[in-house]
Design a binder for this molecule. Structure first.
Ligand SMILES: [Zn+2]
Length: 157
């Protein structure tokens, strides 16, 4: 494997062999990223806003790609506060002992409370190492993985 971030056709084949159904689950997401890269729309491959983070595992709540693209958030209200979860499992863990987790905050919660001092969304993305301002949002191989199977220069013409 040569790509540091992307998923080339060879890697997708490998993932499908190792994890049957991978393309159905995640392929559509990478189709969108790949097509944006091939068309030179690199800004479309970068995060633009505040992610909604799971109150249990802190993972961004993005749902699944592919034929089962069904991004949704699972929510529980406890002590008049709404908690967001990436899935039923994280929600279930929280609901087993809500008092244990009720005071925990996501990174985004800490931004809004002022615990993390960022005055703009771009500042948050930079803090997280993603986005247009930092190098974190840039592909380490300049999207070389996206060129496989199709020439970027030909696509631009
Ligand atoms: Zn979660």
């Amino acid at each position: 494997m040569e790509s540091a971030a992307g998923v080339s056709p060879d890697e997708r084949d490998w993932l499908e062999r190792k994890y049957p159904g991978w393309n159905d689950t995640y392929g559509r997401y990478w189709d969108v990223v790949t097509e944006n890269a091939r068309a030179g729309r690199f800004s479309a491959t970068e995060g633009k806003g505040m992610p909604c983070l799971c109150n249990m595992c802190q993972h961004s709540i993005t749902g699944m790609g592919g034929t089962r693209w069904d991004a949704r958030v699972y929510q529980t209200t406890y002590n008049e506060r709404r908690f967001n979860f990436c899935g039923k499992v994280c929600q279930w863990i929280f609901e087993l002992d809500p008092e244990r987790y009720a005071d925990s905050e996501t990174l985004v919660d800490r931004i809004y409370s002022g615990e993390i001092d960022t005055s703009t969304p771009e500042g948050l993305l930079k803090y997280m190492g993603i986005g247009v301002i930092s190098e974190g949002g840039k592909d380490a191989t300049d999207f070389a993985w996206a060129r496989k199977g199709r020439d970027l220069a030909a696509a631009a013409e």
